[in-house]
Ligand binder design. Sequence first.
Ligand code: MCA
Ligand code: AMP
Length: 511
Amino acid sequence: MNPSNANLFAALSEAFPPDLDAVAIETDSGLLYSWRDLDRSTAMLANLLGSLGLPAGARIAVQVEKSVEALLLYLATLRAGFVFLPLNTAYQSAEMAYFIGNAEPAVLVCTAQNFGWLSKLAFTAGTHHVFTLNEDHTGSLLERAAAQPDRHQVALKHADDLAAIIYTSGTTGRSKGAMLTHGNLLSNAQVLKSYWGWRSQREGGDVLLHALPIFHVHGLFVAIHGALLNGSKMIWLNRFDPKTVIKKLPEATVFMGVPTLYGRLLLDPGLTWEVTRHMRLFISGSAPLLIETFKAWQDRTGHTILERYGMSETAMLTSNPYRASSGERRGGTVGFPLPGVSLRVQDDNGRPVAAGEIGNIEVKGPNVFKGYWRMPEKTAEEFTLDGYFKTGDVGKIDAQGYVTIVGRSKDLIISGGYNVYPAEVEGYINELPGVAESAVIGVPHADFGEVGLALVVAKPGAVLEPNQIIASLKATLANFKVPKRCLVAQELPRNSMGKVQKNVLREQYSA
Ligand code: MCA
Ligand code: AMP
């Protein structure tokens, strides 16, 4: 490896084990991919991207179902030095039009099923290349890559060069593309490798059971970089299914999930002490893990879930300790700031609060993103003068240093680990005929943690049909953003400034 090459792929491939014929990925349908396969196929895909004559910094937008080949495409994009832009398969046409218009990708990879409408969208936006990639290992991307050489020199990158753009929904309705660099991602992966005690081959190695989607930070970066940087095998599930996870747990040592996954596993009687006996570590994040889930998991399996906290803009920020010598894993907290991360809690005037007091969480570190794609003003607003990123999360740090998230200053619903910005959903509802105004709030939900509830006020004389509103939203928006219930209200409570009092609505409707 070229020591001056900060390309994340260079570090990941450097960690491949010496026996390249060993299994790197095993799917639940029994397909095996060796480390050599990973090397050769990412080389072929990188050569294909390289052959297209793309400009430096070109974005490769990808909206495909989860598959090993989709992972290979991510790695190949890094290898070739371009910028990966993953998009949730739940996004529909209006959302995709926005992302493609905003990011102006040079390449779009989509499923054959969506090729018709997506290629039209992409070509109109100036994207020159649209390939298909399907879950069943078919598509024009792999056909074209098959003709490419299987050797490739990893592109030379600086730590500050962009590796990926992750869109996070926007508080004002428009999504913002968080620009993450090779340095952001590699530094975070290295810290987690050591903090979570990934075991070397000499210590018996680790096997990651991968059951999360790969269009967001948790499944794409935290899980995949963890396994690859340790040269560890992954058991790969294209979708989460409790029975398959339970079947595969005895062959794994590490599992990562959002709280909904843990909740669903607990509902299955097959989850026992015995099937988790070989497990080294269960990690939870992306949304608050209820203390009941934390305790129920301990009772059923004897394992203490390690909860950590992160964001698309920052990757991982805090973690409960892995080693008992560093402290206990404390349910309801997200642990300590990771090495290299400065985390502080400030009041609304930007002054530090005392230990145990609640305030706004601000962070700094090598993992913190470069800014929002083509939104310099928005980026500037979200950083303090001394360079801390304002997370929008509200929390406290106790005397021992444990961080607890107690709420959010940003109006955000986290449903099953996916973020939903009420402002975006309200924007769509307010466009519907007969709607005067609306408010979307998060209410507790046994499975998803929180789900959206829409309160809608009719225009004078108009009659609104809640089911019709839900149906209209389902036709336009990613399904996870669609409120699970809609109620017609006479009016919305407002404060003296005229602002809708969502706290009042939440109190009223939480039950
Ligand atoms: C599916 N639905 C949802 C969700 N998922 N509704 C609300 N919230 C959701 N998360 C919809 C479906 O479209 C369907 O609608 C209905 O709810 C029931 O779907 P179901 O079959 O139960 O869903 P599923 O396909 O089993 O998916 C549930 C899931 C999935 C496995 C929990 O949502 C998931 O994989 N979540 C993980 C998200 C994640 O990886 N987040 C990390 C982001 P209908 O009935 O109308 O068809 S990264 C991040 O947050 C930061 C950086 C961090 O700290 O990690
Ligand atoms: P995203 O925009 O998808 O990156 O989501 C980031 C947000 O998820 C954070 O700002 C937090 O509000 C939330 N989050 C992530 N991990 C946790 C956690 N362990 N507990 C509570 N909230 C979390």
